[in-house]
Design a protein around this ligand. Structure first.
Ligand SMILES: [Zn+2]
Length: 412
């Protein structure tokens, strides 16, 4: 990987030593540790007395700061911006691909500078294969941004997804439509051929405005798409909010279920049994409910929030594995910490649990063996935050240093 353009703006340092107050290594906190970066890798991490530091190595002292692995956003849409600025429909129908790409470029930068060095970007929502180009530009150092897992267009059942305006208009759709085993398999393979790292399937959706979500694809269709994706070495994420959509996705063999708002104890037990991870996107639920008029802190909790609380409780009781992902794009890019804060303050997780989810946990669920931990040999994706995020999760907003691929993108 080259960093030609980035090198001018963000000078690379081939070797430097980081000396923070504490190190969260992806699993536990340590004091008295130092971390040596060499090239794009972590050369050594451990008690500072045990690290052999080459002569003339630059030392960066991070007083009163905690060094953590670069955070991993589990559910983003870099091609969307908050729905209270522009509705999803209007973004898909009125905003051109060039405009959306320019926005995505700014979103990528904001994400990286907020300490999120990897995103699983779950669909361009009408912006075609824009994510593949964005990822390439980031990887070539043309623009700053996180490492991207791209899913391209995502796959929706014919007729189920929007925008839905006049029946006479042939509008750009928010996903690639498919029906039947041949079409869904072809769609998965087309997307993989164009650069999808994961495949995303919509297992349920609202068939009409104002309707509740209902299943879209049959179990057979979902299973065929999952098989095609897995044959190609691509994991599968399923959008599912209904219990039946979740059940079909799980039985079809998907790797993660997104949202799960109406998940029942039975369906979460099935999820656990099939080792499917759950990405709850509580921040999206919180944001959308507020966009619809909920005055948080004043009004009583709406049904939608109560239901989310109940489903999360059921998921925890069943012992499912949680991915940390907020559906950022529904709310502002760079505000990714919103999901982490809500999980701690409103959903009963400890700060340590959520930090693990956002680092080593997501790395494991997303099969990213080269990151998510601070240890020798891992990619040099590192973030320093003021304070102790294992005590106060909001410390992850106090970003002081961002290193990705051994390149310093932000420093005091
Ligand atoms: Zn989403």
């Amino acid at each position: 990987m080259t960093n030609l353009a980035a090198a001018a703006e963000y000078p690379a340092s081939s070797s430097f030593l980081l000396r923070p107050d504490a190190v969260f290594d992806g699993k536990e906190m340590h004091t008295g540790w130092a971390v040596l970066v060499r090239g794009d890798k972590i050369e050594a991490a451990g008690p500072s007395t045990t690290i052999a530091v080459p002569n003339e190595t630059r030392t960066i002292t991070l007083a009163a700061e905690t060094l953590i692995p670069g955070l991993i956003e589990g559910h983003s849409h870099l091609f969307l911006h908050p729905y209270n600025e522009t509705s999803w429909n209007d973004q898909v129908t009125n905003e051109s691909l060039s405009f959306r790409t320019a926005e995505a470029t700014a979103h990528a930068r904001a994400t990286l500078l907020a300490g999120f060095t990897t995103v699983r970007d779950l669909g361009t929502e009408g912006a075609g294969y824009g994510d593949v180009g964005l990822k390439k530009a980031i990887n070539q150092g043309i623009i700053p941004g996180p490492r991207m897992i791209a899913v391209t267009r995502a796959i929706v059942a014919t007729g189920s997804y929007g925008p839905k305006l006049s029946t006479d208009l042939d509008l750009p759709q928010g996903g690639q439509e498919a029906s039947g085993i041949d079409e869904i398999v072809r769609a998965a393979r087309e997307q993989i051929g164009k650069g999808a790292d994961w495949v995303k399937l919509y297992a349920d959706y609202r068939w009409g405005a104002g309707e509740p979500s209902r299943p879209t694809f049959s179990l057979e269709e979902l299973a065929a798409a999952v098989k095609a994706a897995h044959d190609a070495g691509r994991p599968v994420a399923a959008h599912a909010t209904t219990a039946e959509g979740m059940r079909r996705a799980i039985l079809a063999g998907v790797d993660t279920v997104e949202h799960g708002d109406e998940g029942t104890p039975e369906v979460f037990r099935l999820m656990k049994q099939h080792n499917v991870a759950f990405c709850p996107t509580v921040a999206a639920t919180d944001a959308i409910t507020q966009y619809r008029g909920w005055k948080k802190g004043t009004d009583p909790e709406p049904e939608r929030i109560k239901q989310k609380q109940a489903s999360m409780k059921a998921a925890r009781a069943a012992g499912v594995k949680f991915a940390m992902g907020g559906d950022v794009g529904v709310f502002a890019h760079g505000d990714n910490a919103r999901e982490m804060e809500l999980l701690v303050h409103e959903y009963g997780f400890s700060a340590l649990e959520v930090l693990r989810q956002a680092t080593s946990g997501n790395a494991e669920i997303f099969h990213l063996t080269d990151r998510g931990n601070i240890r020798q040999g891992q990619l040099a994706d590192l973030v320093a935050v003021a304070g102790d995020p294992t005590q106060d999760i909001s410390a992850v907003r106090q970003v002081r240093l961002v290193v990705k691929d051994g390149v310093i993108y932000r420093q005091p």
